[in-house]
Design a protein around this ligand. Sequence first.
Ligand SMILES: Nc1ncnc2c1ncn2[C@@H]1O[C@H](COP(=O)(O)OP(=O)(O)OP(=O)(O)O)[C@@H](O)[C@H]1O
Length: 294
Amino acid sequence: MTAALGARALGKRYGRNWALSGCTLDIPAGRVAGLVGPNGAGKSTLLNLAAGMLTPTTGAVEVCGGVPGSGPEQLAKVAFVAQETPVYPGLSVAEHLRLGARLNPRWDDALARARIERWGLDPRRRAGKLSGGQRAQLALTLGIAKRPELLLLDEPVAALDPLARREFLASLMEIVAEDGVSVVLSSHLVADLERVCDHLVVLVGGEVRLDGEVDGILATHRRLTGPRRDVATLPAEQHVVSASHTDRQSTVLVRTEAPILDPQWTVSELGLEDLVLAYLSGDAVRRPALAVLR
Ligand SMILES: Nc1ncnc2c1ncn2[C@@H]1O[C@H](COP(=O)(O)OP(=O)(O)OP(=O)(O)O)[C@@H](O)[C@H]1O
């Protein structure tokens, strides 16, 4: 099956700084993929490359089997809602929908109207007079009503209040279930991602630290607690993600396919949030031996 988003040794440099480097990943079609990473990790850069808004410095990126933004057919397949949720300030909400209908061959007007109504957006109101959250709702509506194969959302819920956030994520899930659309969304809110994503990509310092199905990620990570120990003595198949020590005790987060048989360890499962935080911590960043999970 064609990947919804695939990258091979993808890199983007601004001046001397690499915003993204050596990025190789595969997000299969039909998934809701979460893109997570600290500020400046390269999430927006990756999404802009996937949307065809930026061109790679090195490597290649592919979306829905084609080069991003490479022609009208390709453009119709992908919707991108950028982080600042750009809209036309001088146009009303209704005019945005009319523009959407004119520019997009698969435009779903009924869906667009239903969402505007559900969110209580006045069709006559100019977009420039909307609040930040309302503007995000309008931009998200335009993206969804385009009926794309792939929906790229850069921090879509950041400006929404908790109720609107929950409602938006629920409606996104409905659309995914009905339509089979692939979604890649970035967020700092791992709890939200945990609720909706079945695939996760962790970016740190412009590099992919983790790329895989959420179930597989959860199944292969364990927290080990036991008497203080040098992590260099752990078996080779236990990849250390992070470790912390007190005088007498060590807590180590490992990724491993194999069962953990050492009786000195108390082994526990961990939730996605703890796992992601361990990857984001400086400790994980400093470990060059850490292989990307695929
Ligand atoms: N137009 C630009 N010119 C120069 N540097 C840039 C530009 N855009 C991004 N960068 C740099 O590239 C790196 C990655 O930025 P990017 O916006 O992709 O990160 P991000 O993960 O989306 O961050 P955030 O969570 O803060 O939105 C950062 O170091 C940023 O300063």
